[in-house]
Design a protein around this ligand. Sequence first.
Ligand code: NDP
Ligand code: HSE
Length: 429
Amino acid sequence: MKEVKVGIIGFGTVGSGVAECLLKNGDVIAKRSGIKLVLARIADLDIEKDRGVKIPENVLTKDTKQLIKDVDVVVELIGGTTLAKDLILEALRLGKPVVTANKALLAEKGEELFAAAEKSEADIYYEASVAGGIPIIKALREGLVGNRIEKIYGIMNGTCNYILTRMERENVDFALVLKDAQALGYAEAEPSLDIDGWDTAHKAAILASLAYGEWFGVKPIHVQGIRNISLADLRYADELGYRIKLLAVIKQIDGDVQIRVHPTLIPKKAMLAGISEVFNGVMVVGDTVGGTLFYGRGAGRQATASAVVADLVDVALNLKFGSHRRVPAFRIGPQFKNLIPMEEVESRYYLRLQVQDKPGVVAKIAGILGERKISISSIVQKEGQSEDNVSLLILSHLALEKSVSSAISEIEKMTEIRDKVKLIRIEDI
Ligand code: NDP
Ligand code: HSE
């Protein structure tokens, strides 16, 4: 049976999960693929620490450079965008295929890495970089290759989904739930990556790039996190028939593409709205297949390891049959016309205004919206609050982002307005 020597760099959460999976399920993987994946080397800064997996002798090392020389395939699991990049480039330079889960690196340096892979003719696989254990990269690269991608909606950050779920269900404040998420190990070491939307943006950049054939990076993405989502907004959304999710929205409209990440009201009856706790969900709509939905654990040692091991089997099969690059790492060649800037995006909006409860206020606001062709689909003023400061909820029909921004600036100048206007976009999924 063909043997393929695997070297893992980074023996942390995911690295230890991959080692455990290879040792535990090596037999079944061999039966399915006809290949023996041999856990040949694991490199880490600390090779004494107990990681909860019994590793065979002479496998652990601190020497990453030697590891790359010794193995057939390199698994990069240290994270970060500097050393991780150098290690991957070194492996590719030596013609060694690479498997990585590093979404930040791919989103920021994807172009360089894939160019290096192209040059070396070595594979680079990255299933675990988006939505943990959900095989969404394989779906886009292979399963849906015959489609023009119309839309991708993704709940792709477990930490944010966990926080929003608990806030909504238990009426607990953001700060308190964030502490729990950190204690449970869901949040990245630097939590702003999660809660300010950057982790989702990295994943959105990878999916959008795969779908449309150009490395977008995160720069053109409008990114907004969940720090400002209040219990009041969650409650009002619920009363109006919606749930608030941190959503990646990737859309192609008449050949133009938009990519954005922000808290979003989605109808409670939508399947994505049912994705709660740390789970992830990605909906892909293709012109031929229609709607598809992928659901599962977006993070964690074992779920992420499952995706890494699937990549290892693909890479090993490619090595066995001498068919590297059988599936292109990335489909170069733009499959879209223009990238739509955020101000030109059309969306529906939830606006919460804190206003004085007196005659003429609603008329003034409606006037400002009307002048900018923003049509109201629903308006509710909540009773039982102080007359000096009541919540006025407005849901709009489709409107241009720049018109809504301009309306908000005008509304905030009104003397009857008590606070900044809260804006949350709506997607009728
Ligand atoms: P961890 O921090 O748990 O593990 C990283 C490991 O790499 C640590 O043991 C670290 O050692 C080690 N390391 C750091 N620098 C070096 C180095 N120079 N040489 C050798 N070892 C080094 O991270 P995760 O396992 O959580 O994440 C790994 C990657 O997977 C990241 O890119 C992450 O974004 C991605 N990912 C993670 C998911 C998850 O659920 N955790 C889900 C999907 C993707 P030390 O601790 O001593 O610094
Ligand atoms: N911190 C990320 C999350 C890990 O919460 O989803 C997986 O990418």
